[in-house]
Design a protein around this ligand. Structure first.
Ligand SMILES: Cc1cc2nc3c(=O)[nH]c(=O)nc-3n(C[C@H](O)[C@H](O)[C@H](O)COP(=O)(O)OP(=O)(O)OC[C@H]3O[C@@H](n4cnc5c(N)ncnc54)[C@H](O)[C@@H]3O)c2cc1C
Length: 545
């Protein structure tokens, strides 16, 4: 019997496990579907290439055929190991724009405005440059400057300046707009996932149990009160009981899937799959949002880019030595070394486009390894606040079956207009003199792709996810909200959702730090309630005496 069962040891789950078990009177169990994070691919930053391919540590989801992307099925990698997607992501440390959180508050989510959430970003952070009004310097999540600066990334920053963009040293202070190097969630040149930052220091606590290779198949209920979970491990079904709450931290795909499998969701969908209805909650799986990304790729003449050519492999030898001896060099690269936030039109109040610059020939997420034999550099542009909304539904009632993901990218016509502006801005930067000594032929969009119509056709043919799905268990106060501002699932008791799925709207930036912030805030809310409960029971005891 546990006080809290946490499903999913990802960006959010590891934070909860650490913070809740810091109270020795609270018994916590953390259940993770994937294996332990013992692979080097997790910890060596350049191992991100291998994590994309991993079948063991990556859920490797695909969307359904996307109607506005020529019927293509898009690849959705998700981490499946201790640390979750924080163990396989590109490590860019970005919080989003203050206005994103103020919007959450304006939607009725009291306590989630920027001033409310900023202390939790600081609490989580250990900023290598030191603390200040915006940054924390004693949290579990290490945030560092990159230990490698590829000459191509340097050229990108110079070129952005030549194109008229302002430069910044810090995307997470008072002004997000600008171009520069990303800071990364790394410590001493190694990845700092939430498993490294939060779980490892707590693992030895007697009141924390961690179970890996265990797929949670449903939340169990007595009426509408959660009593625990069932999970599959080693081919057999196990049960866990809890007296407090089940905390779902399975991420934006698996948390809504698990709610549906447990009988919480749209009743028609549940009936269709023969799942007994615990609570008819129509918002589960709806409101899906993601950053769609379009790449401009140029061939490179100087062989500085990361790749698998003979020249690059020779350079890798040096990289291995640098890494082993000094934790420096190519192997500390996060691939998306530089980037920025820009406005597609000057009259906009906040940036609506994010760039990620990669000093490598990227195509199809790097899954076609033969392509990385070619040297090149890639500039991603994504629309930060898409208006399209997708949905997740069950394919069947088997917990091991991947759910249907209908992302509905470009469902709203305005979204493609922003992306066209994004790719034009990318091209403007790539043609600047700073790239003259590196530039080969433009591969994508390609010299024949010039008109807006041709660019739109290119986007439909080539755009891909940049891995930030959110919103499928949205927090709010309207009928389609799945959780309330305390992250409690509406209509039932004893279940909260704490992960990226609760974001009511996608933030303008990468989603790891915001998810960690959500879990920090949730931990505080839960511990506070626990404290109030124990004070109340002490008062009652005194009264009885
Ligand atoms: C390839 C990639 C690159 C990215 N790059 C960046 C970046 O550079 N910067 C950034 O800020 N963000 C990045 N992101 C996004 C960011 O990492 C995610 O938004 C964030 O990690 C989501 O956290 P989460 O806790 O919601 O889910 P996750 O971290 O995905 O955690 C969910 C966990 O739950 C487990 N789980 C799921 N279902 C079950 C079940 N039924 N039973 C038991 N366990 C279960 C999963 O295995 C996983 O460990 C990237 C993501 C990816 C995939």
């Amino acid at each position: 019997m546990y006080d809290f069962i946490i499903v999913g040891a990802g960006s959010a789950g590891c934070v909860l496990a650490n913070r809740l078990s810091s109270n020795p009177n609270i018994k916590v169990c953390l259940v993770e579907a994937g294996p332990k994070d013992s692979s080097l691919m997790v910890h060596v930053p350049l191992g991100i290439i291998g994590m994309m391919h991993s079948k063991k540590m990556n859920w490797r989801y695909y969307t359904e055929q996307e109607p506005n992307l020529n019927g293509r099925r898009l690849f959705w990698p998700r981490g499946k190991t201790l640390g979750g997607s924080s163990a396989s992501n590109a490590m860019c440390y970005i919080r989003g724009h203050a206005c994103d959180y103020d919007k959450w508050a304006a939607l009725g989510n009291e306590g989630w405005g920027y001033q409310d959430v900023q202390p939790y970003f600081k609490k989580s952070e250990c900023q290598e440059r030191g603390g200040n009004a915006y940054h924390g310097d004693s949290g579990p999540l290490s945030v560092s400057d990159l230990r490698i600066k590829n000459p191509l990334s340097e050229a990108f920053i110079k070129a952005a300046k030549q194109a008229g963009h302002k430069l910044t040293q810090d995307f997470n202070a008072d002004e997000q707009e600008g171009v520069g190097y990303y800071q990364v969630t790394q410590k001493n040149g190694q990845r700092c996932s939430t498993a490294v930052g939060y779980l490892r220091p707590a693992e030895q606590r007697e009141n924390l149990t961690v179970i890996t290779d265990a797929l949670t198949t449903k939340v169990t209920f007595d009426g509408t009160k959660a009593t625990g979970i069932e999970y599959l491990k080693g081919g057999s079904t196990h049960t866990l009981q809890c007296s407090g709450e089940v905390l779902l931290s399975g991420g934006a795909i698996n948390s809504p899937q698990l709610l549906l499998l447990s009988g919480v969701g749209n009743k028609d969908q549940l009936n269709q799959h023969g799942i007994p209805v615990v609570c008819d909650l129509p918002g589960v799986g709806e409101n899906m949002q993601d950053h769609l990304d379009v790449l401009a790729v140029t061939r490179e003449r100087t062989f500085y880019s990361v790749g698998f050519s003979p020249v690059a492999l020779l350079r890798s030898m040096k990289g291995i030595v640098d890494y082993l001896l000094f934790r420096k060099g190519n192997f500390t690269s996060n691939i998306a070394e530089a980037g920025g936030f820009v406005k597609s039109s000057p009259e906009l109040a906040v940036p609506d486009i994010q760039f990620h610059f990669s000093p490598c020939f990227l195509d199809n997420h790097g899954l076609n390894l033969w392509q990385t034999v070619r040297h090149g550099y890639s500039l991603h542009a994504c629309n930060l606040r898409p208006k399209s909304r997708g949905r997740l539904t069950l394919r069947d009632s088997n917990p091991a079956t991947p759910p249907r993901i209908n992302a509905n990218y470009l469902g709203n016509e305005e979204d493609i207009e922003v992306m066209v502006k994004g790719i034009k801005l990318s091209r403007e930067i790539l043609k600047q003199p700073a790239f003259d000594c590196y530039r080969g032929a433009e591969v994508y969009p390609g010299k024949d792709v010039q008109s807006d119509e041709a660019l739109k056709a290119f986007i439909r043919r080539k755009a891909e996810s940049i891995y930030h799905p959110v919103g499928t268990c949205k927090m709010g106060i309207d009928d389609m909200a799945v959780v309330d501002p305390q992250l409690k699932v509406r209509g039932i008791t004893g279940v909260r959702v704490v992960d990226a799925s609760i974001m009511p709207t996608l933030i303008g930036g990468n989603t790891n730090a915001p998810t960690i912030m959500i879990a920090e805030k949730a931990s505080d809310m839960i511990l506070d309630e626990q404290l109030k409960k124990s004070e109340k029971s002490q008062e009652l005891e005194v009264e009885v005496l």
